[in-house]
Write a protein that binds this ligand. Structure first.
Ligand SMILES: *Cc1c(COP(=O)(O)O)cnc(C)c1O
Length: 386
């Protein structure tokens, strides 16, 4: 979360005072309006607001028809929700390397494509855009789907296109830790009418009853309930009006720091510096020890130490505990036998190397010029002593 204030409080209060907190037949249409505004912001035909990003990812995979017997390639560095969403669809995650950009390495993805691969799931982690040209090219050549995890990248872009709008479907999270937030929340976006209809069915088991129109060409199936509340919609509509300001200020801070520190530290390369969200300054060191020292000296951290974001800590995946009951565990399904699930902690050495040698400084859009100058000095001093 970066900015929130009385406008969000008033928007939430208006919903409560209306007595209409449910999206279906609501009085204020906050969820519906947010969906329209989010779709317009990303230049896509459909957006669906849900309770969270994990559910949005599962909805995206299910909407496309990914399930048992399918492999989905995910990066070794992402929040554990990404591979878990693959399991929620009944498919299995195949873990691939990230490169110095900290995003999916297309060369390793290519090596991991098998006869069972159905989709590639690039993650724009920390708002760093993935190499979508290389990923899209691979997907086209091998007949694979692309689902973008843009949970940490609201408002980011790649070659001028909104992150999340490039693949077959895109997903966002609006939980407390994300760029814009309602505490919890998520979004699914697509240009495909059929996927949209299936995502609607997945997120709302009552969809076929509330609205005949919603199900369109999709055959109704048993979905669950990941519906967003009108309060969430109202808060997010205000947050959306803040997004461009947040991003402009984050990017200004990042640019100022990178210009001032040119030649002092080495920055992780970016697939699109213009589209980067600017939430994080990433500095690549020669050794893991140097990155640790640098991070400690500047009040930052190493991505290597962020636990659930690094595949070596995905214990439920590595141990193949893919669900709460054995009957739902994708690793037990006959369709998933013989797939690439021979995980080990040393399977992505390049990712571990890059993650351990990178130091992060989380940036703040509300730092004053003096505070930015202070951070620059702090890094300059720390770099001298490495
Ligand atoms: C936050 C996040 C998710 C999950 O979103 P929730 O809203 O917490 O369910 C998925 N992927 C990534 C990369 C995330 O950062």
């Amino acid at each position: 979360m970066f900015r929130i204030g009385k406008e969000e409080a008033q928007a939430a209060a208006r919903v409560i005072e209306s007595g209409s907190l449910f999206r279906v037949n609501s009085k204020l249409h906050e969820v519906e309006n947010f969906e329209k505004e989010w779709a317009a912001r990303l230049n896509v035909s459909h957006a669906l607001l849900l309770t969270g990003g994990t559910g949005a990812l599962a909805a995206a995979l299910v909407s496309i028809g990914i399930g048992p017997g399918d492999e989905v390639i995910v990066p070794a560095y992402t929040f554990i929700a990404t591979p878990i969403a693959v399991l929620m669809a009944g498919a299995v995650p195949v873990i691939a390397e990230v490169d110095e950009t900290l995003t999916l390495d297309a060369r390793d993805v290519e090596k991991k494509i098998s006869a069972h691969t159905k989709a590639i799931l690039p993650v724009h982690i920390q708002g760093f855009p993935c190499n979508m040209d290389a990923i899209t090219k691979l997907a086209r050549e091998h007949g694979l789907y692309v689902v973008e995890d843009s949970c940490q990248a609201a408002g980011g872009s790649y070659h001028g296109k909104a992150l999340g709008s490039i693949g077959d479907a895109g997903t966002f999270s609006f939980n407390q830790a994300k760029i814009i937030t309602a505490g919890e929340g998520g979004a699914f976006v697509t240009n495909n009418d059929f996927y949209y209809q299936r995502a609607v069915l997945y997120h709302d088991c009552g969809a076929a009853y509330w609205s005949k129109e919603v199900v369109g060409g999709a055959v109704p199936f048993a979905g669950g309930n990941l519906r967003a509340s009108e309060v969430t919609g109202a808060i997010l509509r205000v947050q959306l009006t803040r997004l461009d300001g947040i991003l402009a200020d984050l990017r200004r801070v990042k640019k100022t720091m990178m210009t001032a520190l040119e030649g002092v530290v080495r920055f992780n390369p970016s697939n699109d510096p213009e589209g980067d969200c600017g939430t994080t300054l990433a500095m690549l060191c020669d050794t893991p020890e140097q990155a640790k020292t640098l991070a400690a000296a500047i009040g930052g951290n190493r991505p290597y130490d962020t636990e659930r974001h690094v595949y070596i800590h995905w214990s439920s995946i590595l141990n193949k505990q893919g669900a709460g009951t054995e009957y739902q565990n994708p690793y037990r399904l006959p369709q998933n036998q013989g797939l690439q699930t021979d995980y080990s902690v040393d399977m992505c050495p390049q990712a571990l190397d890059v993650l351990s040698r990178t130091a992060y400084l989380p940036l703040n859009c509300d730092w004053t010029d003096a505070e930015v100058a202070e951070k620059i000095e702090l890094i300059r001093e720390a770099a001298k002593n490495l």
